[in-house]
Ligand binder design. Sequence first.
Ligand code: BGC
Length: 459
Amino acid sequence: MKALSWHWAAVCVVALAINGCSGPAGDGKKAGDGKPDKATQIGADTKSKPPDKQPQPPEKPTQPEPPSVPEKPETPPQPKPQDKPQPPEAQLPKDPKEPSPPTQPTDKVGERMTKQLYGKMPDGTVVEQYTLSNATGVKVRIITYGGIITAVETPDRNGKLANITLYRDSLEDYLAGHPYFGCIVGRYANRIAKGRFVIDGVEYKLATNNGPNHLHGGIKGFDKYVWQASPIEGDGYSGLVLKHESPDGDEGYPGKLSVTVTYTLNDQNELKIEYQATTDKPTHVNLTNHAYWNLAGAGAGDILGHVLMLNADRFLPVDDTLIPLGEPRSVKDTPMDFTMPQPIGSRIDQVEGGYDHCYILRRSPEEKLALAARVVEPKSGRTMEIRTTKPAIQFYTGNFLDGSITAAGGNISYEKHYGFCLETEYYPDSPNRPEYPSTLLKPGETYHHITIHKFGVEN
Ligand code: BGC
């Protein structure tokens, strides 16, 4: 159970952070060679069966990744906690339950990590839940189905813990359907117009699962597979390496894509998500995590009172199928402007349907992990800051939540605006927009990106 090469791995990762984590936009998504590091894995693989008609494949472990913070972000403008709408304590469910209560025996797989059986797929494939803990009492739970983050438990300003990410109660509930709660999204997060693109003169037709468009990887995206998991642990952090192989032609995409997503939690309350992918044919890749947040606690009313700063002065206006109209537009003097902290709900009525837009992140040329967003929930004092190597972020205010998805044994119904998403990604429809940063990945290159969520409190 002991980590062997932590020091070596840490050096390696710092080097990665300094040289790497870049993306197609001409800044080199070829960081590193994509080969797995040695050591740093603990426990055994999550063994699962190969895919058949229903969800899920599996395979082998990889790479560690200490939770480094390679660059200092600019100090974001300070939010005004008194700024208003309130996360209604009154709307908290009477007996908010933990997601997936530990009815199954829990195995210790490291100093700060446990796992338990979460459920079984219809074909019998085992799904496990891993719980990462840190020295400050923060916990992150991840299941191997879809790489879904089922819980992020953080203290409020009085030390009271709550799960601040929207969740369902069980594997059965996740299989019954949910709007991408907490999952890994791929091959392509967001929309590709009419579900088609052309590479080297060949047209590829993708599954269309959102009106005329392709959304979040298609009918059976990465969120619907059981990933192969390997726990990792080192000084001041623990994590989970998830691997998945998407075959040539999957949902219409060319090339066999090998994907590794690594979650780590450190003692600085940083949840780091590292994405890597390689292909054997030119293809398009745009991976993200689709967590819905409510810093007052999942189910604790709407998120309109959260105060948001987005480090973006341009966004992409969209048509009525949510495909970008063209060039980014300035947010100045519009309800889209979050460059100064604003309650999410203060101008949402002026945005048809609510926020569901891609914002182009500001970053200086030498800045790889740029500050993307800062959110404060005034009542609990909880904060979340996001930094990323990716060029954009989709801000979505849970406009399509309608109360039909429930949790906590029915005590929670996720109504409209009960959660918001901040999905770090490339622009929607990039494969058809040569003027946008390119999402094309070629053989020999490694798609490599990092997003860090840092949780805190303020008074
Ligand atoms: C999209 C929304 C969509 C939601 C759930 C978000 O990433 O921007 O339009 O409804 O995911 O699918």
